[in-house]
Each structure stands twice: as C-alpha cells, then as structure tokens.
Design a protein around this ligand. Structure first.
Ligand code: ARG
Ligand code: ZN
Length: 478
C-alpha cells in the first residue's frame, strides 16, 4: 500500500515523469554496464546472434577479386544498445584489422570460430544509438567456421548463400532472424564482372579497372537472407504490372541448363502476382531471382532475389521451385521465425504453396497431392519420426518439415474450410509483416480466426513422432 501510494502520488504530481526519465542521458558507469550475451538464446544454435543491442542498418562496402578469392572491405553497423553495455559480440569469421565504435578505436578479439568480441573505449548507454565500423579481409572459401564455409566458389566468382549460416564469411552481423535490418551492399569487382545482391540496383560506376555495384534492400531483412553473387551474368530488367522492378541474373556459364533456368525464373513476376492474390500484398520493393554457376543443388529464398542452383533446372523448367522460393518472401522473409526450431512456419507454407500452384495449373489438387504424399511413406518409415514443429537442428531441412509440414496445412484446410483457411493465411502475413513469429503463434492465430480448437490437430500433424491416422488430412467435418 505504501509503495503503491507513493507511485500514484508521484504520477499525480508529475505527469509524464516516466517518459521524461527515459529521455535523460544517464551515463552508464563502468560499474553497471555488463557484456552483451554471445548468443541470442536460440534453442538449436545458442551461439548465433548476440545480446545487448539491436541493429537497424548494415552498410557494406566491399571489393572482391575472383581470381584470388580475396575479399576486403568495411561494414558499418547502425545499432542501439538494449542494456548498459560494456562489450558486445558480432558474428564473423574473417580477419579483422580495425574496429571503431562511435568513431573511436575499440579493442577486439576473435573468440570461437564465428565470434568477434568488441570492447568499446567507454560503455554504451542503454537506449543510445551507436555506430560500429569493422575493417576486414580474407579468403572466404578457405575459412572454416563450424567446420565448413558457406562461401561457394564458381569458375568466375563466388556466392554467399546458406541457411542458417551465410553471413559469417562476408560481413559481421547480429546473425539471427530476430534482429532484422535494412541493407546497402556496395561491391567493387573487376570490369566485365557483375555483383548481384538484394533489392534494387541504385547505381554502378567504373574506375581504375573496377566496377562498383550499389544495391539497396529497404525493408527489414534477416542476415541469412542477405546474399552476394559475383561472376559473369546476363541481367534482365523488367517491371511487374503493379510497377515493381524485376531483376533476374543468369550466369553466362549455365550450359545446357540455361534455357530451362530462364524459362522458370522469368516467370517470377507472374508467380508473385498470383501469390499476392493468395497470401496478400507482396511485402518488398523489388523481386527477381539469380542462377549462378555453382556446383551445389539447393535453392534459397534470399530476400527479393532467391538463389537457384543450376541443377534445379537440369530436368527442364521448374516453376515449382520458383513458387516455393517466392512463397518464402511472405513465409520466412517478411514473417520470420523467432527461433530456428520454428522452421515449419517457413518450409511448411512454402511447400504448401507448391501444391496450391499445382491445383491452379490443373496438375493435381492439394488434396490429391496430400493423399499421394501420405501414402508414399509407410507407417514404419523414419519419415514419420521427425516432428515438423521441432525437428532438431540435424533435421531442420528434413523432408518431413516440408512434406508433412504441408500435410498439416491440408489437415487445417479440411478442418476449417477454404474460407477460413485462406483468411488465416492472409491474416497471418498481414499481422506479422516484417516481424517474427513461432509455430505456437500460428496455432493461436488459426484458432482465433476459425473459432475452432486446433490443439489436437496440430499435436497430431506437427508434434507427434508417428504417422497420423489418414482421416485427419481428408476432408473432415467443416
Ligand atoms: N530454405 C531453403 C529452401 O527450402 C533450404 C535451404 C537448405 N540449405 C542448404 N544449404 N541445403 O528453399
Ligand atoms: Zn524452403
């Protein structure tokens, strides 16, 4: 009572006092400032991301020489301290030559294979914006962190693409989807070579034998969705019906896959237009795709401009993979996971988008594909032991996250009916636009929109390590 009385009295006498206090710059003394955590607390990847600050913008100014794989440059990070901060980490694996915090030289040391620990000359006050400049260089394909490199060499350049790891080998960051930021990526490459990144190409300029490409991605973007490709590309430029710039890039060295790659990726605008009618407004300012001459086989939903390995097109055109990666622009890129355990909110939805596309194209309805998928794995197949809503780090990209993940959405659609199902989908992308969400958040949201209890359905389809009874994914009581 006494304390409550005091607080009430204080508020009555000094309206707005609480707000005023927040604005006062109370310097953090060395005594109360503490180190930011070296990880953001992810359940699968405890050392990924960092605590103590929040990044708003990354500015990368790089130079890359394909013949030697030498990368050098400077990244400027704009951040705000979320605690009185005595020191903090960035996730990074290349060699650092200098760090400035707020324009002053800061001490730094590499701790672990992807941690750069930075101690500013003076502690940083909670709530205060600060700037970190990191100068660095390296040969990224030769740098192993966690036992590998996500920097892929090509005959004429290189590509940074990987999930969840890809930033460590080319820029220092708070490497977790919880801390999204905007980006300017400026890369100088030898004349005749191109540099591709996210968003829009603001300008190019050439001097002294080097051409600089200035890319901007203006909406919040997770670190692993920031990409760079250097090589010899054919670049196509167009605009969508609604006026969005479309930029696609194809390695000049795609061999027999060149035609199929173009026949697929050139449909990006058409696919985004269709997906917008199903998922809601496209969240970003540009779109496209790029196909570098990498030897790998995967694809990745790098923001605004997915990455496609040429092998995706080795059996002919593959619009389905384009549908998948562009669906991720809503599911994964705009609405990002909170914890890597929540990967189903990315992959389940991007996979279900492929079934919806098939339905639209008259190549089998989602229900037919669900029945086919369900029947393809016998009850004793290990496929059913992976729980899509918590697959474990080692199974993060297991087929079950994708296929059983899509089955869960078909089960939901059957349970709530098409009207509510598509209202859930559109409502979800609107509610969480540019944010983060968990599997639990989705279940709660679907229950709210449909007015139906859905715990049991999701328990069966996402959380049980066994094959569910077939009837659950069939048209059930609506
Ligand atoms: N999110 C990507 C996709 O399904 C998966 C990337 C898997 N990563 C990898 N290096 N194989 O489109
Ligand atoms: Zn995917």
């Amino acid at each position: 009572l006494r304390v409550g009385g005091l607080v009430r009295h204080h508020r009555l006498l000094v309206p707005g006092a609480a707000a005023a206090c927040l604005l006062l710059a109370i310097p953090a003394s060395a005594a109360d400032a503490t180190p930011g955590a070296p990880g953001v607390g992810d359940s699968y990847y405890p050392s990924y991301g960092n605590g103590g600050y929040d990044v708003s913008h990354y500015d990368l100014r790089l130079k890359y020489q394909p013949t030697t794989d030498r990368l050098e440059g400077t990244t400027t990070v704009l951040a705000t301290a979320t605690q009185d901060l005595s020191r903090f980490n960035l996730d990074f694996a290349l060699d650092v030559s200098e760090v400035l915090v707020g324009g002053k030289k800061a001490a730094f040391t590499a701790t672990g294979d992807h941690e750069l620990e930075i101690t500013p000359a003076a502690p940083l006050d909670k709530g205060r914006p600060f700037t970190v400049v990191v100068r660095y260089h390296g040969t990224p394909s030769k740098v192993e962190a966690s036992g590998f490199t996500a920097w892929l060499r090509t005959p004429d350049g290189a590509v940074a693409a990987g999930e969840p790891e890809s930033a460590w080998w080319w820029y220092p960051s708070n490497d977790h989807p919880l801390d999204k930021a905007t980006y300017d990526v400026s890369v100088a490459v030898p004349d005749g070579t191109q540099a591709i990144s996210n968003g829009t190409l603001q300008s190019t300029s050439s001097k002294l034998g080097w051409t600089r490409y200035n890319w901007r991605s203006a909406k919040p973007q997770a670190t692993y969705l920031t990409t760079l490709a250097v090589g010899k590309f054919d670049i196509t430029k167009d605009t969508t019906a609604s006026g969005l710039p479309v930029i696609n890039a194809y390695s000049k060295d795609l061999g027999d896959n060149a035609g199929a790659a173009r026949a697929s990726v050139e449909r990006s605008a058409e696919i985004v237009d269709w997906e917008s009618t199903v998922f809601g407004p496209y969240p970003f300012e540009a779109l496209g795709g790029y196909v570098p001459n990498v030897p790998t086989g995967f694809a990745l939903e790098t923001q605004t401009r997915p990455f496609y390995s040429p092998r995706q097109f080795s059996r002919g055109a593959n619009a389905s993979v384009v549908v998948h990666e562009l669906a991720h622009q809503w599911f994964g890129d705009s609405v990002s996971l909170k914890d890597w355990r929540d990967i189903w909110i990315n992959e389940g939805f991007a996979s279900y988008a492929q079934w919806l596309w098939s339905e639209k194209e008259g190549e089998g309805t989602a229900q037919e594909l669900a029945d086919y998928t369900y029947a393809s794995y016998p009850a004793d197949d290990p496929f059913w032991t992976v729980k899509p809503a918590d697959p474990g780090a080692e199974n993060q990209f297991h087929g079950a996250v994708y296929d059983r993940g899509a089955l869960a959405l078909q089960a939901l659609r059957n349970k709530v009916g098409d009207k509510d199902f598509f209202a859930i989908i559109k409502g979800w992308t609107a509610k969480n636009r540019y944010g983060n969400a968990s599997v639990r958040d989705f279940i709660t949201f679907a229950e709210k929109v449909s007015g139906k209890p859905l715990d049991e359905l999701f328990e069966t389809w996402l959380y049980t390590p066994a094959k569910p009874a077939a009837s659950a994914a069939k048209a059930a009581a609506v």
